[in-house]
Design a binder for this molecule. Structure first.
Ligand SMILES: Nc1ncnc2c1ncn2[C@@H]1O[C@H](COP(=O)(O)OP(=O)(O)OP(=O)(O)O)[C@@H](O)[C@H]1O
Length: 295
């Protein structure tokens, strides 16, 4: 069952900017990574989903409701973290969290306290004196504190240091276990790889690829650098595979998918040393992200 649905959405800002005929969905309990280079149309899509702007054509729905017509109702079941977190600067962090909690009709702030502790956030000071990372943490607390069924997160780890980015991954995995449905835009491939079931890539406002993360992982090349006992062994081994390069006793070979055959063949040789380098998801995605040639 799809919880978030985008069908043939077009929001045309002119000069080929915006979102064009975009369709994808997020199923119940799924974590979907929404990727694309700067200006691809991620925030535009997300703002349409929140009912902040209306598409020119097509439709979006959350739990079967049109967010533009039912903004208040949709926002109740939703946790939203905006890309540009505009908090009320003059307020203290804790007062702001309380203010949002009141708006959500919450009277128990235990989960907010847990989240503050988890992200090592002291929100007692004025927001205007806080760093970008602290403000982002406040945004995260506000989005997650009522354990919503649906979370829409626009670049959630922007401004967080690597340690906190890892904590965020932990949080998403826990929320996924809880059964939350999550749409998350990100530029951090590792974060997508660790948390998402599927990814949707857009570019210039148009869908480029929808792919299962596990399938993407299977398609990754593993590059082996193997040093053999002597040149003779190296040559014999290299002759068994495509995509090899050989220098003295060292063979470099890229292997995709099933490792079994490769390992069994290698086992009959005298191996001195072996290094394995895994192609990153980023390298895979760069093909879609990259320059004009990939259009
Ligand atoms: N209100 C607007 N009026 C005109 N053009 C706009 C408006 N909002 C966005 N755009 C343009 O539409 C395109 C898509 O913008 P959007 O913010 O959705 O991209 P994004 O994928 O979120 O990018 P980023 O990763 O940089 O945040 C951009 O070229 C942007 O300049």
């Amino acid at each position: 069952m799809s919880v978030i649905k985008i069908e043939n959405l077009t929001k045309d800002y002119g000069s080929n900017k915006g979102v064009f005929d975009l369709s994808f969905e997020v199923k119940k309990g799924e974590v979907l990574g929404f990727l694309g280079p700067n200006g691809a149309g991620k925030t535009t899509t997300i703002r349409t989903l929140l009912g902040f702007i209306k598409g020119d054509r097509g439709s979006v729905s959350i739990d079967g409701l049109d967010p533009f017509k039912n903004a208040e109702e949709v926002n109740k079941s939703l946790g939203y973290l905006p890309g540009e977190n505009s908090l009320m600067d003059e307020m203290k962090g804790d007062d702001f969290i309380k203010f949002i909690a009141d708006m959500k009709g919450m009277n128990n702030l235990d989960r907010a306290d847990e989240l503050k502790e988890f992200f090592e956030l002291d929100a007692s000071g004025k927001i205007k004196k806080m760093s970008k990372g602290m403000k982002q943490k406040i945004g995260i607390v506000c989005a997650f504190m009522n354990s919503p069924d649906i979370l829409i997160l626009d670049e959630p780890t922007s401004g967080l240091d690597p340690l906190m980015q890892n904590k965020f991954v932990e949080l998403i995995l826990k929320e996924k276990e809880r059964g939350a449905t999550i749409l998350m835009s990100s530029h951090i491939f590792e974060e997508i790889e660790k948390t998402c079931d599927r990814s949707v890539i857009i570019k210039n406002g148009r869908l480029v690829l929808t792919e299962d993360i596990n399938k993407l992982k299977e398609n990754k090349n593993k590059n082996f650098r193997i040093e053999f006992k002597n040149e003779f062994e190296a040559k014999n081994f290299a002759a068994m595979f495509m995509n090899t390069s050989i220098k003295d006793k060292v063979v470099k070979v890229g292997v995709k998918g099933n490792m079994d055959e490769f390992i069994k063949k290698l086992a009959s040789f005298d191996v001195i040393d072996i290094d394995i380098e895994q192609q990153s998801l980023e390298e895979l995605f760069m093909h879609f992200y990259g320059g004009e040639n990939n259009d």
